[in-house]
Structure formats: structure tokens, C-alpha cells
Design a protein around this ligand. Sequence first.
Ligand code: NAD
Length: 264
Amino acid sequence: MKFAVTSRGDSNSNTLMQKIRTYLMDFGLTYDEDQPDIVVTVGGDGTLLYAFHRYRSRLDKTAFVGIHTGHLGFYADWVPEEIEKLVIAIAKTPYQVVEYPLLEVYIRYINGGRESRYLALNECTVKSVEGSLVMDLEIKGQLFETFRGDGLCISTPSGSTAYNKALGGAILHPSIEAIQVAEMASINNRVFRTVGSPLILPNHHTIVMKPVNDVDFHITIDHLTLLHKDVKSIQCRVAPEKVRFARFRPFPFWKRVRDSFISD
Ligand code: NAD
């Protein structure tokens, strides 16, 4: 089996990365940074997000497992003291794999057929460069509302505990194939009106955001922020691809939520 290890880059995570690499090679596994079957991340959720994007083109062939060297992560749920146990479990293939839904984002541009496709593990956010964001929202091809406010956040179920949660969105179990749309400070008065509640869209339902005035936006895909100019539309739906996590012990989602946000 081929493996790769990525680190957040701090000295603690780097030391741990070296140890894991040596241990796994001692077990006869092959280190392959380009085509790994399993990727071990050492750091936090951000390190796992980074690794997800690095191996985006081979998601069907790669499984991820995360170790956290800071506070408990949502994706990074192993602690440094457990690495020997984890290494033995990895070496003893086959392991169980759980799959979580992803968000597919298409950004299309004015003048020309150019389009960009992105996959998000957590979410995509859209904010204007200046002033309020004003967007027509279409759901399944029908105008739903004209949004005015700070921005919009479209998240995956596993990303629902990240930015989406801070916006008052619901926490979704990752077995639900859906995406969630959450508002950032919408303007609601006698003139402007939005639904005001987070929306949960099932698989195959598409939401399209179409600019009303400005056509330049700050769009984030997980940790990545880009300025997109001359945007015609932003389309979001559940992606056909999934992310695969290697599971070596049960860690139910609701326990993870409790340990992260209530008490461990
Ligand atoms: P970061 O260093 O600012 O860390 C963000 C925090 O979000 C970390 O504590 C991380 O553990 C946590 N996190 C990430 N994914 C999570 C998930 N799925 N469930 C629960 N917590 C999660 O940024 P980063 O490490 O580069 O991560 C980028 C993420 O930060 C974005 O995808 C977004 O979800 C999140 N974010 C959150 C807010 C907010 O809550 N107001 C604002 C901006 C970005």
C-alpha cells in the first residue's frame, strides 16, 4: 500500500510526520506523495482541507485520516499519543472507509464560455468586493429570492459544523446527501425580503446565484479565497464525487459534535 503524510508545518507536526513516515515504511508500506492510497495529515482541520485539495484529482483512490496537534479537530480526530496504534491499524489493511458528500461549484463568466469547477469539503462563500452582495437566487431553475446582505455560505454536511454553524445554520449528519445555504446578515425590511432561514437542498437540486449589479466577488472554497471578475453565475449542488475517510475505530458524528462544541 502507498501512503503520504502531510504536516501543518510547525515543528511538533513535522516531527510527528517524520515518525509516522518511518514507522509505516518499517511496516513495508511505500511512501508515494503523488499517488497515495492513504494520506495521513498532522496538524488540524486546515491541514486536512489542504490535503483534500492537493489530492482532489484522485479522491476515488485516496482515503484520509487526520491527527490533531492542537485542539480536537472535526476531520483531524486522532491525538499524537495514539500514533503507534494508528500506524499498526493502517499497516493491517483492509480498513473501513466512510464517504461524505461534497459541494460542486461552477463559476461561469460574462463574455465567453469559460467556466471554473471547484469541489469543496466544507463550503463555498460569496461576498461582494464593495458594498452589499445582491444576488438573484434560483432553485431548480426558478427565481426564489433576491438576496441583499453581507454574503452567502453554501456548505456540505461535514462542513455544516464550520462557518455554516457560526451563521446559525443547522448541523447535518454527513449520511444526508445535501447542501445547505445560509445567509450572512441579510437586509430585511419593507422593501427587501429574503427567506431568512437556512435552506437544505437534496441531491440533484441546484442553486444558481446570478449577480444583479456588481459582477466581481470574493469567493472562498474552503480555506482558499479568490477574486472572481465578470461573474455571470455561480452554480452549486451536491457533487458526484465523495471524500473518503479511513476509519479505524468508531467515532460517531454526534459524539464528535458533542466533544467539539459541548464537552469532552
Ligand atoms: P482557520 O485557521 O481560521 O480555522 C477555522 C476553524 O474551523 C478551526 O478551528 C478548524 O478546526 C475549524 N473547522 C474547519 N473545518 C471544520 C469542520 N468541518 N467542522 C468544525 N470545525 C471546523 O481556517 P482553516 O483551518 O484554513 O479552515 C478553513 C475553514 O475555516 C473554512 O472552511 C471555514 O469553514 C472556516 N471559517 C469559519 C469562520 C467562522 O466560523 N466564522 C469564518 C471563516 C472561515
